[in-house]
Write a protein that binds this ligand. Sequence first.
Ligand SMILES: [Zn+2]
Length: 206
Amino acid sequence: MKTKTKQCEYCSKEFEAVRSDQKYCAPNCKQNAYNERLRGQNENVRDKEQSQQAEFHTNRLLLPVEYSAEQKSMDKQAEILPNEREERLAIDEFLKQLENDTIKRKTDSANKILKNWLQRLLEFDEEKEVPLYKARSLYEDIVRSTSYALYGISKDYKYLPFINNLLIPKVENLHKAIKHSRERHTTLNISSDLKRKFMDILSEID
Ligand SMILES: [Zn+2]
């Protein structure tokens, strides 16, 4: 058998190679060399993974979306603000509507109350002789109105000046006149000017 002197690729010891492709002096060295290659490969894979990861981080840092937290929150605010503005406008609109509805409801209610007062005053005026308790009851309703029947009415209520400046003073006088009366009946004697005013308001309310 022809042999050739070679140097073991693992332990560097000289040996007589039986085959031309023999690289190791002993099976042990072949196994050790194999194990070392395997380790080396694993290390290579690990190195590659690490370098890929590093590249990934670098790329992330370079990406335009990766901006500072401050910028991010500013952008977020800018994004939310228009929505908030819209929401606030919607709420304002809703509250305004609600307020208008409330004003309308209170106005309708005040109109009904005023209409009833004026109609009864005109009826009483026509009757000439009105039972005192009926007149007293109506007068007291009207005089107490701003703290009771018309409580919370808008200061813009159309007939508020009429109620405060004409109706209530007139009714207060009527009330005063019968306060200590021992009669069973009373007479209103409303002036024709005031009656005309009542009629005008009644036609407006209807
Ligand atoms: Zn060897």
